[in-house]
Design a binder for this molecule. Structure first.
Ligand SMILES: [Ca+2]
Ligand SMILES: [Ca+2]
Ligand SMILES: [Ca+2]
Ligand SMILES: [Ca+2]
Length: 453
């Protein structure tokens, strides 16, 4: 985008327009309205465009103050035409057609009026990549309460001062900021050149992995003895990007994954699918949480939102559930003769979970939590019935009931949130159950697929 150019035609100041007989302190204002001068890198843009005029004493007046600088030549001569006004180190520089240059200290003060919008535009204009967050933080100055409204190609997208948006399509898009206060409205159009990019529809990164106890405590993928957490994260990352299965272990075991792009919430469409290894009547439902990089640091340290699936409002659902497993090899409080892995929760519960496999790298305790749902057992048989929708490793991968809509996301209070897109997906085993000879109910994850890429 080209900066708004200073229009010479509106600041031509022929002395002929000056009226000699105006009263003292009454300052001529003919032909002296100037557009905002172009800003330079050295000087900040002023809060308000100064009012420039020739006073009846023949001097330049700035914002009603006599500068003491003559605006014209000797009596009877025409003033040279003003050809530019620029800012240099806090001074306004007036250049005239006869070569004269006048530098004036200009004290610019904010006065009541419409909101002032200041946007530092990079050379060459604003550029964004498709499916990556674009952030713009303008300065908006106003002496009264100001409301901001952002539009994209004419449609409202935000009412915050700062806009964060993700563009689905390449091309030139016009962002419009409308700042409104008591005095009126200021509107700024900002073209953004959105570049095309090719992305992977699959998970490209694993950020975190905590496995809960289970029969595959050190398998799926194989974790060699002596592996550190970082080693395990590397192994799990390789497994996921190769689209192979990672077992999360019993209740609460989790994985955090990300992408090379922001996975968009396509209106009216399901958006992604967590691949697992569910088959007919052997569901091991994993709770899915989503997050977007709100703080812009590229890391999953932002609020999480649960995908409220079919069980979210079940009477047996538990929120803010916390469970601690104790390593049977080091647990000094386990009772003599007890079988299984001792556990306690934050709701007064405790017991021994039949699975005894302990992930080698996890230390003495494993603390996990989130929501907890009741597994739909099929009368003690090894089969478990899938939940209706909204979970991982629940329906087979090729079943549309495994598809997830980002619109199902809710906040910690259960209120729907409206996310434009997500950058991170966390999946954790959502039930605390054991399926006899098949071992604990443990969610498997083989990555996340963007359904609209
Ligand atoms: Ca959607
Ligand atoms: Ca499974
Ligand atoms: Ca972040
Ligand atoms: Ca499993």
């Amino acid at each position: 985008m080209k900066k708004i150019l200073f229009l010479l035609s509106v600041i031509v100041l022929p002395v002929a327009c000056h009226k000699d007989n105006i009263e003292k302190d009454n300052i001529e204002k003919d032909n002296v309205e100037a557009t905002k001068p172009p800003k330079t890198q050295e000087t900040p843009e002023p809060l308000k465009t100064p009012e420039i005029m020739i006073g009846d004493n023949g001097n330049w007046w700035i914002d009603g103050k006599d500068t003491g600088v003559r605006a014209r030549g000797p009596a009877g001569e025409e003033a040279a035409q003003l050809i530019s006004i620029t800012w240099e180190e806090g001074k306004m520089v007036f250049t005239f057609s006869d070569g004269r240059i006048i530098r004036l200290e200009v004290e610019v003060t904010q006065t009541p009026g419409i909101p002032e919008i200041i946007i530092e535009e990079p050379a060459g204009g604003f550029v964004a990549d498709k499916m990556q967050w674009f952030r713009l933080e303008p300065q908006v100055h106003s002496q009264s309460h100001v409301n901001c409204l952002w539009k994209l190609n004419g449609e409202e997208i935000s009412t915050d001062k700062n806009v964060v948006h993700v563009f689905a399509e390449a091309g030139i898009h016009i962002l419009t900021l409308i700042a409104t206060n008591d005095a009126g409205q200021n509107v700024r159009n900002i073209p953004v050149n959105v570049r095309d990019r090719n992305y992977s529809p699959w998970t490209t990164r694993v950020y975190d992995f905590v496995r809960a106890p289970g029969q595959h405590a050190n398998a799926f993928p194989t974790i060699p003895p002596g592996s550190t957490y970082e080693d395990v994260l590397d192994i799990v990352h390789e497994t996921i990007v190769e689209r192979k299965v990672v077992s999360l272990g019993a209740y609460g075991g989790y994985i955090v994954m990300g992408f090379d792009h922001t996975l968009l919430n396509t209106p009216g469409q399901k958006d992604f699918l967590v691949h697992g290894n569910a088959f007919a009547n052997f569901a091991e439902p994993g709770v899915i949480e989503v997050s977007w990089d709100a703080n812009g640091n590229g890391l999953p340290d932002d609020p999480w939102y649960e995908i409220a699936g079919s069980e979210y409002n079940a009477a047996t659902a538990r929120r803010n559930y916390r469970l601690t497993y104790y390593n049977p090899a080091t647990d000094t409080e386990r009772e003599a003769g007890a079988v299984g892995t001792r556990w306690t929760d934050n709701q007064g519960g405790s017991g021994y979970f039949p699975a005894t496999g302990w992930p080698n790298w996890m230390g003495d305790t494993i603390e996990v939590g989130g929501s907890k749902y009741e597994n739909l057992h099929a009368n003690g048989s090894v089969s478990t019935v899938p939940f209706a929708y909204g979970y991982a490793d629940n329906w087979p991968n090729n079943d549309v009931r495994a598809h997830i809509d980002i619109d199902w996301a809710v906040d910690a209070e259960g209120r729907p949130v409206h996310l434009k897109g997500i950058d991170f997906v966390r999946v954790y085993t959502g039930v605390f159950a054991h399926a006899g000879v098949l071992g604990e109910i443990s969610t498997e994850v083989a990555g996340v697929q963007d359904l609209n890429l």
